[in-house]
Design a binder for this molecule. Sequence first.
Ligand code: BES
Ligand code: MN
Ligand code: ZN
Length: 509
Amino acid sequence: MEFSTHTSASLHQIKTAALAVGVYADGVLSPAADIIDRASEGLLRKVVKAEFQGKAGSTLVLRAVPGVSAQRVVLVGLGKQADYAPAVHAGAERAFAAACIQAQAGEAVSTLAANPCGESTMRARARSAAIAAGQAAYRYDLTFGKGSERETGLRLRKFSVWAERADAAQAQAGAREGGGISHGMDLARTLGNLPGNVCTPSYLGETARKLAAEFKGTLKAEVLEQKQIEALKMGSFLSVARGSDEPPRFIVLKYTAPRAASRAKTAKPAKAPVVLVGKGITFDSGGISIKPAATMDEMKYDMCGAASVLGTMRAIAELELAHDVVGLIPACENLPSGRANKPGDVVTSMSGQTIEILNTDAEGRLILCDALTYAERFKPSAVIDIATLTGACVVALGHVNTGLFSKDDALADALLRAGRQSLDPAWRMPLDDAYQEQLKSNFADMANIGGPPAGAVTAACFLSRFAKAYPWAHLDIAGTAWRGGKDKGATGRPVPLLVHYLLEQAGKG
Ligand code: BES
Ligand code: MN
Ligand code: ZN
């Protein structure tokens, strides 16, 4: 979807397929609704009185409103004015976008971001409007038949954020940021939704290459193959990959912030990069410790960490972020075979530490640990890994919060704040050394599982042993990267959190 801003003073003269105006509970009109009401000589107020309560997220589409140029005016409920908050605003924008699609409007203008909302700035509201509209308008169509409704059905292609003239610059900056984040989320969602027989490790590698070709000036991709991974001695990663006929890939995607040529001589040297590491298990059967069949299909989503790294890299390239970032993705399948890991096997990681594999289904940590060791070469200012790592994290936090693990309070706080502000929340989990004891092995430096108690914590503890050379945080997105059930699909999380965090880092002097 394309995003833009609109700052025409006379709302009633905007030519668009659908114009959103907000109505609070009990029929209180927003300023924009009031303008449309006056242009239509009181029609809006009458309609609201008769049949629109302004319940948060409700919509009513009005066609051919007299005195108004827009083809449709969409009333969007904002709930009680006293309770109006950023999350309510985002929900209202999503409801508007859904109503547009339902009403076959291919393009839309929303005035909802112009309504004051807590302490938020116009920029933040415009950003959130774009993200919300993009979320609602997303549609996966890649594996439906040619000419299917999915493929040919109308799409919402253009979304414009309306703002008062005085707020135009802020609105524009926000819509641009939201647009970048939205495009990153779209990519992450589509990669997640693609089936395992299409989205293979090589497919992820090709996606990284295509991104680098699209953003030639700032993105560079290196896609390492089996031989090169062997040369790096990533014994732990390779032990998982060995169970499948599908060859592994280790993706290195480097973003170099554009440096203004005129400033080149005086510019300070580039700050140390942030490294993002994404779990790229393109299908997790569990391996020899095989999973039950019932929802095993959902394990195509086990590369959502990788997808969020590619989505974030796409967003920052589009936004020309002023900070260097490196994306690392170990990608392979976890399958049972004659060459697969067996419970009791001991492997040697790139760091030299040995690992006793007591459960082959705890494979995410086995591929991430070698990527964390590889990350050392960038002398990073921070490393953040993103992984659908444990079912235990879903038990602990459900589908609302991403699990955040870090010993670094400053990094943890920055990520928590980014999550809150981008409506993509995370919750900090413990990482006390006392949990490390659960990883003791009689036959290697550590075991790859720590038993049933605190499974999400012991997984993070395992990773921490490979992340000692830099400030590090781990995001367990097992509960937030996709939704199951009737509306099964990838969410694009935590791309908003990550991009927000990186924008904040780049903004610091
Ligand atoms: N990819 C899974 C984690 C997962 C499971 C995410 C279900 C979302 C839903 C991971 O590789 C895994 O299988 N973890 C095991 C670890 C256990 C063997 C210690 C798990 O959570 O059961
Ligand atoms: Mn697993
Ligand atoms: Zn897994």
